[in-house]
Ligand binder design. Structure first.
Ligand SMILES: NC(=O)c1ccc[n+]([C@@H]2O[C@H](COP(=O)([O-])OP(=O)(O)OC[C@H]3O[C@@H](n4cnc5c(N)ncnc54)[C@H](O)[C@@H]3O)[C@@H](O)[C@H]2O)c1
Length: 328
């Protein structure tokens, strides 16, 4: 799909983990970016400020530009006015309340930010006649799917956490919106993304800190549960490819995974090797809402996006550790 570099890309969740990497990749393509983020206090907002500062530095060295708008995506008036002013070519919608476990404590907040927020953006995009809409979904929509690896056409009617239910709801709302407007729309099912700037609540970030301090690592279940970890640079390539290609498809769901699941016990052992300290494991029961395994079938995204994850798990964890050590 043709791009017009004079028109900005509107990126929501720009100050977040994945959003900040997507913005840097767009700047490397000399794009103008309008970022939207409300600096939700779900985790330390200083981290988000540092992410935004990194994007601004990248913008200064690029032929692109970055404007950050602090706003709530649920504020329809603010979003409509912003789209009217910025006239974005397309949207990459990554803002959300993320995370499975905290959604159990705050299902209403998750519904508001994720479902209402996505609906507001789709309407603003329609009014401004944007050329395409790419949004983050999640591997969690597969729930405890017994069929592995998880393919986009598997039944996803059985989410097991409020977070997963909001992400599946967004996919359905986006489908109805596409049906009525024909605005090309991509829903990207990310599989546990890691790497520099990973959210501090996610297991690898948390365990790197705990093991390096010699603190106990909580291991939920017997260590056999597994995740298909995906290095953030691989995900970003997939996001940009879907932005480029969604015009050929109309409405499309794509898995963006790593395609080699790592059992929890092995993940903890890898962290121990990289940090250079024997992990002290505290066994705990499985957490409600957590799924046993995730594993992406990448047949569709490989064929249609040329998506191929390149970063082996251990190398990715090493890069995250190198980044973490350099943080204040
Ligand atoms: N990190 C993962 O492993 C993973 C896996 C699957 C899906 N996802 C999805 O990818 C997207 C990005 O995730 P992330 O890990 O970068 O999370 P993140 O929390 O680092 O980034 C999300 C950003 O959205 C912002 N935000 C939240 N609510 C907002 C609102 N109402 N208005 C404006 N901004 C708001 C937050 O301040 C944050 O900076 C999310 O949609 C998430 O659900 C992430």
């Amino acid at each position: 799909m043709m791009s017009n570099k004079a028109e900005p890309v509107l990126v929501t969740g720009a100050a977040g983990f994945i959003g900040s990497h997507v913005c840097e990749a767009l700047l490397a393509r000399s794009r103008r970016i309008v970022g939207v983020d409300n600096f939700d206090p779900f985790y330390d907002v200083n981290i988000k400020a540092r992410n935004a500062a990194a994007i601004e530095m990248a913008a200064a060295k690029s032929a692109g530009s970055f404007e950050l708008v602090r706003a709530d995506i649920c504020d329809a008036e603010a979003m409509n006015a912003l789209f009217e002013r910025a006239r974005p070519e397309g949207v990459i919608h990554l803002a959300a309340k993320a995370g499975v476990r905290p959604s159990i404590a705050d299902p209403v907040g998750y519904s508001r930010a994720n479902v209402l927020g996505t609906s507001v953006l789709l309407e603003a995009a329609k009014r401004a006649r944007v050329s395409r809409f790419v949004m983050a979904s999640s591997s969690s929509v597969y729930g405890n799917n017994p069929r592995t690896p998880f393919a986009e056409d598997h039944d996803v009617s059985f989410p097991v956490s409020p977070y997963a239910a909001t992400k599946r709801s967004c996919e359905l709302i986006a489908h109805a919106h596409w049906h009525l407007t024909k605005m090309p729309t991509a829903c990207l099912r990310f599989f546990t993304v890691f790497g520099p700037r990973q959210r501090p609540d996610l297991a690898i970030a948390n365990f790197l800190r705990l093991v390096s301090r010699g603190d106990e690592v909580p291991m939920y279940g017997d260590g056999a549960s597994s995740r298909d970890y995906t290095f953030v640079e691989d995900v970003v390539r997939g996001v940009l490819a879907s932005y480029d290609r969604i015009g050929e498809h109309g409405y499309r769901i794509w898995n963006l995974g790593g395609s080699s699941p790592v059992p929890l016990a092995e993940m903890i052992a890898t962290i121990g090797r990289i940090v250079g300290r024997e992990p002290r494991i505290k066994p705990l029961p499985m957490q409600p809402g957590d799924v046993e395994r995730t594993w992406a079938d990448l047949t569709r995204s490989a064929a249609e996006l040329d998506y191929r994850p390149r970063t082996p798990f251990e190398e990715g964890v090493r890069r995250q550790w190198d980044w973490l050590k350099a943080q204040p």
